[in-house]
Design a protein around this ligand. Structure first.
Ligand code: HEM
Length: 411
């Protein structure tokens, strides 16, 4: 097989499993075409982990991707590589920007959020319970989405309606079917809204992450703070990373249980836990299937004779790596919360590993437990085959999850 002929990734991700299999078949590392950019995609778990740990690989396009920005002006994913926050920062800049936010995600702080998350879930389930019996509700729109949005609003000190206003912009960040111009317009609107929010918060500060970041901006000069652009883009990261990803996790975990009655019974019998279900869902349906982009800062020779040249781009293929038969055996594609090896790379690995992983896991477990406790007969309202994926290779969720809370018992 000619590994130099790139596999063109489908921006609508109509057949994610098929595409993951095609990637793996081409070897641990292969050329792909990402909306016109030719890059290396890594789908082998061991190699991917190794590259994610490799200090010679950067996420900073400004410093390390010669094609950026002149050659990528119309590329719809420019924001993913051009954003100025920890997500793309390299070396000391990355440490500086991550250190400003990481205290908010310390283990005990996240654990302390549990009662609030329970209360948010309870309110949302109350709203669902108020629907007339037999009503079909969209679990994604009415439960999976508002839960993480309200949690992030709480962390950032935003009123809920403000947080909802970000929803379409976050959708735009994850939509791989936008044109370059549409993506650019979305980025501009997102930054403008965040700038307005920062101005408001400056005049009425609170005990929240937004205020702490503004304080860090205003003390810039001692080398520990952040610039205006970094402030806006750090808030953009918190909002974006905290919404779509966790929405997809809750969506897929609910659908997995509603379509695998034997696993639901195992959960209710206590032979697997809610945490097991969350972990296996993260492996089996990575909420962020591909993570753009990384760049080789020097030539990197790999064991099988391939060299990633300086300045070439690398795409982490998390979904394909998480379901690789070499790592998980022939049933890698099966949802099995009791499997021996549920480790995965869904949150990345190395210095850029997801800062919100513990929060996402907590939200996922609380969402599942509270929903199934309240509605023990919860069921899909359509055959599973009719659920449609979000049209994006960056976001793995369903467009909607129609469900009935308490289906009529069979006569
Ligand atoms: C299921 C939910 C989530 C998934 C699947 C997820 C996944 C990821 C992935 C794949 C990365 C990038 C790793 C890489 O560089 O390859 C990342 C980074 C990040 N995530 Fe998450 N994430 C989730 C939830 C969250 C939440 C709830 C937050 C915060 C509210 C968050 C905050 C971040 C931050 C700040 C980074 C950047 C870390 C860095 O570059 O140093 N994430 N996440």
């Amino acid at each position: 097989m000619d590994r130099q002929r790139p596999l063109v990734l489908d921006p609508t991700a109509a057949d994610r499993r098929g595409e993951d299999a095609a990637l793996r078949e081409r070897g641990p590392l292969t050329r792909v075409d990402v909306l016109g950019e030719k890059v290396w995609a890594v789908s082998d778990r061991t190699l991917l982990k190794q590259l994610l740990m490799d200090g010679r690989i950067s996420k900073d396009a400004v410093q390390h991707w010669p094609r950026y920005p002149d050659e990528t002006r119309d590329w719809p994913l420019n924001l993913w590589v051009g954003v100025r926050n920890m997500f793309t920062a390299y070396g000391a800049d990355h440490r500086r920007l991550r250190r400003l936010i990481s205290p908010a995600f310390a283990g005990r702080r996240i654990a302390a959020l549990a009662p609030r998350i329970e209360a948010i879930a309870g309110d949302l389930l109350d709203e669902l319970a108020a629907e007339p019996p037999g009503t079909v509700v969209d679990l994604r729109e009415r439960f999976a989405a508002p839960l993480p949005i309200r949690v992030i609003s709480h962390l950032l000190g935003l009123p809920d309606e403000r947080a909802n206003g970000f929803r379409s912009m976050v959708d735009g960040v994850f939509d791989s079917t936008l044109t370059g111009a549409e993506a650019e317009a979305n980025t501009l609107a997102f930054r403008k809204t965040l700038t307005e929010l920062i101005d408001e918060k400056r005049s009425s500060p609170g005990d929240d992450l937004t205020t702490r970041l503004i304080d860090a901006r205003d003390t810039e000069g001692d080398g520990t703070g952040l610039s205006d652009g970094e402030l806006v883009d750090s808030l953009m990261l918190m909002v974006s990373a905290g919404y779509e990803t966790t929405i997809n996790l809750i969506d897929h975990a609910l659908v997995a249980l509603l379509t695998h009655p034997e696993q639901r019974s195992a959960l209710l019998a206590g032979s697997v836990s809610y945490e097991d279900v969350v972990e296996e869902t993260l492996r089996w349906q990575a909420p962020v299937p591909f993570l753009p982009m990384r760049f080789a800062t020097v030539d990197i020779d790999l064991p099988d004779g391939v060299t990633i040249r300086t300045g070439e781009a690398i795409l982490a293929a998390y979904s394909a790596a998480n379901t690789h038969p070499d790592a998980y055996g022939p049933d890698a594609d099966r949802f099995d919360p009791a499997r021996d090896d549920r480790s995965h790379l869904t949150f990345g690995h190395g210095v850029h590993v997801c800062l919100g992983a513990a929060l996402a896991r907590l939200e996922g477990a609380i969402a599942l437990r509270t929903a199934l406790d309240r509605f023990p007969r919860l069921a899909l309202a359509v055959p599973a085959a009719e659920l449609r994926p979000v049209p994006s290779f960056l976001s793995n969720g369903h467009r909607s999850v129609p469900a009935v809370l308490a289906p009529a018992a069979p006569a």
